[in-house]
Design a protein around this ligand. Structure first.
Ligand SMILES: Nc1ncnc2c1ncn2[C@@H]1O[C@H](COP(=O)(O)OP(=O)(O)O)[C@@H](O)[C@H]1O
Ligand SMILES: [Mg+2]
Length: 218
């Protein structure tokens, strides 16, 4: 079940510099949203705070299932996923990298196998499942990162510039995968990107524009 995410008056200051400034927005369950803005405007900071990886200095992030406010904590965090712009891989096989998130969630092994294979197939990496992840090309690494977040079927998925520095073929593959996630509407999708065509495809033009940490349009 996709979750609603409500951000209220979020503020963040790094070394005396405000990076997020009174950010408020309600992301509806199953909706798809694009976060835009120049480098340094606070997009990644916002995504980390929304993903509960970092606390804001002011304001609150609230997750709701229907009208029920979910208590913050590990249980909630395990229902969310954030794909970072630079995917860090574990020094093990491609398969194990994707399986990790399911293992820590206590998913039974037979189910892990099925879900990992399905995720690897979705990103076109089935034939690489035994390869060590550190030996993948950068495009494959990015797709592995996507498989790792998709496999856990997150109820909120945050993607930080998922197609940055990909070649056209990889970009198309990743764009199609994200479009499928969006169309299923089982996940609330929030994507930081600079690409206006992606905003149209993924978020139907629903864009949030950050300028020096301030939300300009909602
Ligand atoms: N952990 C941190 N410590 C200090 N400054 C940071 C930290 N994270 C981000 N910043 C600063 O916050 C500003 C916004 O960064 P970021 O959220 O990454 O922007 P964007 O993703 O839009 O490029 C930048 O000036 C960046 O240097
Ligand atoms: Mg960023």
């Amino acid at each position: 079940m996709a979750l609603t995410l409500s951000a209220l008056n979020l503020g963040k200051v790094y070394q005396g510099q405000p990076v997020l400034n009174d950010f408020s927005y309600r992301f509806e369950a199953g909706g798809a949203y694009a976060v835009m803005g120049p480098n340094g405007s606070g997009k990644s900071t916002l995504l980390r705070i929304l993903a509960l990886l970092e606390p804001p200095d002011t304001g609150v992030v609230q997750y709701l299932a229907g009208s029920v406010i979910l208590p913050p904590g590990l249980d909630l965090r395990r229902r969310l996923a954030l794909l970072l712009p630079n995917v860090g891989v574990f020094n093990t096989t491609v398969f194990n990298n994707v399986a990790y998130g399911l293992k820590v969630r206590g998913v039974p092994w037979e189910e892990v196998e099925v879900r990992v294979r399905r995720a690897l197939e979705a990103v076109g990496l089935c034939h690489k499942e035994r390869q060590r992840a550190v030996t993948l090309s950068s495009g494959e690494t990015k797709r592995l990162g996507l498989a790792r977040v998709l496999v856990i079927a997150p109820e909120v998925l945050l993607l930080d510039e998922p197609t940055a520095s990909l070649d056209p073929a990889n970009m198309e593959l990743v764009e199609d995968i994200i479009l499928r996630v969006k169309d299923q509407r089982k996940t609330t999708l929030i994507v930081a990107t600079h690409d206006h065509a992606q905003v149209e495809r993924w978020a139907g033009g629903r864009r949030l524009y950050l300028d020096r940490g301030k939300l300009l349009t909602g």
